[in-house]
Design a protein around this ligand. Structure first.
Ligand code: FE2
Length: 387
């Protein structure tokens, strides 16, 4: 009988589709059933009945261990329930029925969370292994529509067990109903498991997607900064396929907000800053990027709005290091730098609430305490105001 060893988890939400993935220990078929959600309107406000109305069935009869089924023809911003089933000659296994929500259309508010380092930190400080679980539990309390991980979600990407130990295991409950994206950190080591377990848009180490009023762009900073040359960028930082992608992607982006994320931080008042990546900043500035999320230095740090390597309170880009499930106060410099607006070395995640004219960012620690708030407002003319 096949057994489920990872997931199910949700990938690549759009206004009309969702991708469901899971892993079985033995090769088996893949099937996902979609159920209509039915609200209970009295007595249990906001709850749903156990879903009984089957909407559609999606299946693939090829035997595999890593399963990926895309469900389409769904309605925007709508909750459905899904249930997976895998079968082989020895028997079958099925999951429970879990809620999923399709992406919101433009103009509709939504929220997402951001964290990282579930493996990078826990990998070398095992006494703090609960940080991962605490961060996932806290994020779940905020019921985000999707979540981003800014890399180092495992300790050694080549080690199969790590993906369960540091990421899929502690995140299991949260990831059942929260679609997510990630980027490559140095700890992923560009391992094939990253490409096998995730259904990000090709080529997966860099990609972009739209969700509501935000255009998200993910970059692979580990391909700019090679281990033998760290922390310096290769000469071709401006001449490779990835920068061509970035230029075309940001130029064609049709969204109120533009957010870019990649692992190595161009701005942080601590160790592991990768200053060479500021070579990308003129591109972010030219195309009106609002926020850049980074990680690697396991602290929280938010920059002032920056343009041309100076503070620009009118139109700058804000860089946020979301070192997430780790905290190393000793990695910080004795004093903050000129570009630092706020900084604290505590395990944390970010909650970001998006409306058509406002991005609100909240930094929350692993006990659920809010410790930083930041708001960008944008007028019809694109002019920004920071609070
Ligand atoms: Fe890292």
């Amino acid at each position: 009988m096949p057994t489920i060893v990872k997931g199910p988890y949700l990938q690549h939400p759009t206004v009309s589709s969702m991708t469901v993935m899971w892993e079985t220990a033995e090769p088996a078929t893949s099937q996902v059933d979609i159920y209509l959600a039915e609200r209970i309107h009295s007595g249990h406000q906001g709850n749903y009945k156990t879903p009984q109305q089957l909407l559609s069935t999606h299946s693939c009869h090829t035997y595999t261990t890593i399963h990926q089924i895309t469900i389409d023809n769904l309605e925007p911003s709508t909750i459905y329930f899904y249930q997976l089933k895998s079968e082989n000659a020895e028997g079958s296994v099925e999951s429970g029925r879990y809620p999923l929500k399709t992406a919101v259309p433009k103009g509709e508010p939504f929220s997402f969370t951001v964290t990282s380092e579930t493996g990078g930190f826990s990998g070398f400080d095992r006494s703090n292994g609960r940080i991962n679980q605490n961060i996932f539990q806290q994020m779940q309390r905020y019921r985000p529509d999707l979540t981003l991980f800014i890399g180092d979600i495992v300790n050694d990407g080549h080690r199969y067990e790590d993906w369960e130990t540091y990421f899929f295991g502690p995140g299991q409950s949260f990831l059942l109903s929260t679609p997510f994206y990630s980027c490559l950190g140095n700890h992923e080591s560009n391992a094939s498991w990253y490409y096998d377990f995730f259904a990000f848009p090709a080529p997966k180490n860099y990609y972009s997607f739209d969700y509501g009023d935000v255009h998200f762009t993910c970059l692979d900073s580990t391909s700019f900064i090679k281990p033998n040359n760290y922390p310096h960028a290769d000469e071709e930082i401006y001449a490779g396929e990835q920068v061509d992608f970035l230029l075309k992607d940001l130029e064609s982006a049709d969204a109120t907000w533009k957010i870019v994320y990649f692992h190595y931080p161009p701005y942080v008042s601590g160790g592991y800053q990768v200053e060479d990546l500021r070579k990308l900043s003129p591109i972010f500035e030219r195309y009106g990027v609002d926020l850049v999320f980074n990680s690697h230095t396991i602290v929280y740090e938010r920059s002032h709005p920056l343009s041309d390597n100076h503070i620009d309170e009118n139109n700058g880009v804000v860089y946020v290091v979301a070192g997430g499930a780790g905290a190393m106060p000793e990695w910080l410099l004795p004093k903050r730098e000129w570009h630092t607006a706020q900084s604290l070395a505590v395990p944390h995640f970010l909650q970001v609430v998006v409306t058509p004219d406002r991005l609100s960012l909240y930094a929350i620690d692993e006990e659920g305490k809010l410790f930083d708030t930041f708001i960008v407002k944008k007028g019809q003319d694109g002019h920004k105001a920071f609070f």
